[in-house]
Design a protein around this ligand. Structure first.
Ligand SMILES: [Cu+2]
Length: 461
């Protein structure tokens, strides 16, 4: 890099900083020569690919040596855990070995697979030192970005602490039919934060049990402020929010374009130009960013105020550079996916679901109680009302929903989601088709400290 290019890059960064009003951030990364030190390259988790027919994956949860803190956990020797790259219509066998010092298990967040038996069954408990083989089919309709983490009930704090210590990883399900998107430099990015004290990821304090624990260390695939050097004119970022409680708002520092193409585990019906990506805990988003010939810029982290608390100011999160000088990019297709619109005559039931701290419909979690019993093959509308004073990002296992209205106003937007944030006072209508998968599953808040304390409801189809 020439010094001029450094200056231009820095100016680009500075102009972005000005635009965004960088409260609380000071750039101290310059050396005496005025040069910016090289940022670490974005590290990608090891990829586990499936073979034809049956994918067998060894996944061990165990302590990991790391410079981040003295009590980091990893999956199969990696934090974040390996990217599980699987395909629709295949069967997967995950040989899980719990080598941590407490009970653990796995939840495959976003996968629409059987919730019972050896499937995405969060009632499975794998004691310390023991093994469990998860095995399930991945039906059509699962292509997209998902993730995995522990989902242990009845032992308050165990899941929350294990997740923050590093037990997070991404799952990418490939479609048997290629999507219509132009070639891109394609990266899977796990966003995660850690609260560290005395070189240890700390457990939640009394206040954290209410607000949710956010950590000051913002980690992008386990690294702080990495750099991506894109080798195509388009950069495709597949982003997972694997934080316990942190909300991530991301925006390019140069104010330049990016296009949202997928939310949670599904492509949108068409690309949407976006100035910002909003990721509540548990959510995913995919964006296409034209980078060919574009001066270096940052994907900035922007704070999100919850209960009036802002834990982190604006920060440069990922530096994005391009090795391609060609700035003309292939157009994005107007249509990305299609699925039948909601048929009002198919709605068999409406439910009112008030949510508040540590309870859903007025009751804390009880594994012996079925809170919502739905019929297979039906469509329901749930009016989820946040009657609390804080945000709650609600997550439905096993099935997906579309948000058809928010606070009485039709959304007129089609997206299949599994995680949706409700601000205090929000009332959202969720349309859910129980067209696949039968069994017992969960609807819960994805601030992990809230779920751990019982902000979960049992759904059975
Ligand atoms: Cu919550």
């Amino acid at each position: 890099m020439t010094l001029n290019r450094h200056r231009r890059a820095l100016l680009a960064g500075c102009s972005g900083i000005g635009v965004l009003g960088l409260a609380g951030f000071s750039w101290s990364g310059l050396t005496e020569s005025g040069r910016r030190p090289e940022l670490p390259a974005l590290v990608e988790a090891p990829i586990v690919r499936c073979q034809q027919g049956l994918a067998t994956v060894q996944l061990s949860a165990a302590p990991l040596q790391s410079a981040i803190a003295g009590n980091i956990l990893g999956y199969s020797g990696s934090y974040p855990g390996p990217l599980l790259r699987l395909r629709e219509h295949e069967r997967v066998r995950i040989k899980f070995h719990n080598q941590t010092t407490s009970a653990s298990n796995l939840h495959f967040h976003g996968l629409s697979v059987t919730p019972g038996g050896t499937g995405d069954n969060p009632w499975i408990v794998v004691p310390q030192g023991e093994r469990f083989h998860y095995e399930f089919d991945i039906p059509a309709g699962n292509a997209g970005l998902h993730w995995y983490h522990p989902h242990l009930h009845g032992q308050v704090g165990v899941s929350a602490h294990m997740q923050m210590r590093g037990l997070v990883g991404a799952v990418l399900i490939e479609s048997t039919e290629p999507d219509a998107l132009p070639p891109s430099d394609d990266r899977v990015v796990v966003l995660h934060d850690m609260a560290i004290r005395d070189n240890l990821v700390r457990a939640p304090s009394a206040g954290d049990w209410i607000v949710g624990l956010e950590g000051a260390r913002l980690l992008v695939n386990g690294v702080e402020r990495p750099k991506i050097t894109a080798r195509k004119t388009w950069l495709r970022l597949r982003l997972v929010n694997a934080s316990n409680a942190r909300y991530w708002r991301l925006a390019p520092s140069d104010g330049g374009p990016m296009f949202l193409i997928a939310q949670d585990g599904s492509l949108l019906t068409g690309p949407e130009e976006a100035s910002e990506i909003f990721l509540p805990p548990g959510a995913r988003a995919e964006v296409m960013i034209p980078v060919g010939g574009r001066p270096d810029f940052y994907l900035m982290y922007r704070p999100y105020a919850r209960m009036g608390v802002v834990h982190t100011g604006n920060l440069p999160l990922i530096q994005i550079c391009s090795s391609v000088t060609e700035s003309r990019v292939a157009a994005l297709p107007a249509r990305l996916s299609d699925w039948p619109p909601l048929d009002p005559s198919a709605i068999s039931r409406r439910r009112d679901i008030p949510i508040a701290l540590m309870n859903i419909c007025g009751q804390p979690y009880n594994s012996a109680r079925i809170d919502i019993q739905a019929q297979a093959g039906t469509t329901e509308i749930w009016t989820v009302r946040n009657v609390d004073l804080m945000d709650h990002p609600m997550h439905l296992h096993t099935w997906r929903f579309e948000v058809i209205s928010l606070n009485g106003v039709a959304t007129n937007r089609r997206a299949r989601l599994d995680t949706y944030n409700l601000r205090p006072g929000d009332s959202a209508e969720l349309a859910i088709r129980f067209d696949v998968n039968r069994g017992k599953s969960l609807f819960h808040c994805h601030i992990v400290e809230h779920a751990d304390q019982g902000m979960m409801a049992v759904v059975e189809v």
